[in-house]
Design a protein around this ligand. Structure first.
Ligand code: MG
Length: 258
């Protein structure tokens, strides 16, 4: 199942994506799947006639995880953390499929970071690892776009990872996915620049849900970014960046400079 948020020019709606690549149809559902059971209205919209939006706008927070793949920690000269390294990104950073990533003025080194994203489905706190699956609505792709020079210079990551357009999410949410060993790839203008697997996470998704919910109450629509594999590198104006998570889909965004 794939749950998309989309517009045909009016208010955003949600739909289940059915059909093969290139011929997908949106089966419109009633309300917001975060708060209402999935109930089709009977209306169908060809995907080609719709514009996909970020599948979720986090109501309260995007929780990021840093250095969760050993090879990525190493490539930037960092040690693997002893416990999940948690940061926050404001929900205003979120954009959807096809939306431009706007390189921020004053940064000369903006990097892509392709990641698996976890969408929380219910209010929860102190979730034990073995019950993590119960609080997850589903999974999508994320690009944790990072101003690497600001990350180094600021001493904390709010601006580096939280500027407007720095958190593309999409193209849709896939529930009921086994995320233990999924390929995560990033392409720049079609050239593969990251090619990892979620099996290489230092802390897996149940670990992350447990650790994050120990610190914060999680709300429906909150998102956890699970960290990026090795191969991060710069984005340049005019490029197209794609993040693909096996079993989810492809999140593509153009890169512009304001
Ligand atoms: Mg990241």
């Amino acid at each position: 199942m794939r749950i998309a948020r989309f517009t045909t020019g009016e208010d955003p709606r949600f739909g289940l994506v059915e059909g093969e690549a290139g011929e997908e149809v949106l089966h419109v559902v009633v309300g917001d799947p975060l708060y209402a059971p999935l109930q089709p209205t009977g209306e169908r919209v060809p995907l080609a006639d719709a514009r996909l939006l970020a599948p979720v706008i986090p109501r309260s927070k995007v929780v990021g995880i840093g250095r969760n793949y050993a090879e990525h920690a190493e490539e930037l000269g960092n040690d693997v953390p002893q416990r999940p390294l948690v940061f926050l990104t404001p929900n205003t950073a979120v954009v959807g499929p096809g939306d431009p990533v706007v390189l921020p003025e004053g940064s000369q080194e903006v990097h892509y970071e392709g990641e698996l994203a976890v969408v929380i489905g219910r209010v929860c706190k102190d979730v034990p690892r073995e019950r993590a699956r119960e609080v997850v609505l589903g999974y999508t792709c994320a690009n944790d776009v990072t101003a690497r020079d600001w990350q180094r210079s600021d001493g904390q990551w709010a601006r580096a990872k939280g500027f407007d357009t720095s958190c593309p999410l999409g193209p849709w949410i896939v529930p009921d996915l086994d995320v233990a060993d999924l390929r995560v790839t990033t392409r720049l203008d079609g050239r593969t620049v990251q090619d990892g697997t979620t099996a290489d996470m230092v802390f897996d998704v149940p670990d992350l849900v447990a650790a994050v919910s120990a610190a914060f109450t999680l709300l429906p629509g909150d998102v956890i970014l699970t960290g990026t594999p090795a191969g991060v590198g710069p984005l340049a104006e005019g490029q197209r960046v794609e993040v693909e998570v096996e079993g989810v889909g492809v999140l593509a965004n153009p890169v512009v400079r304001r």
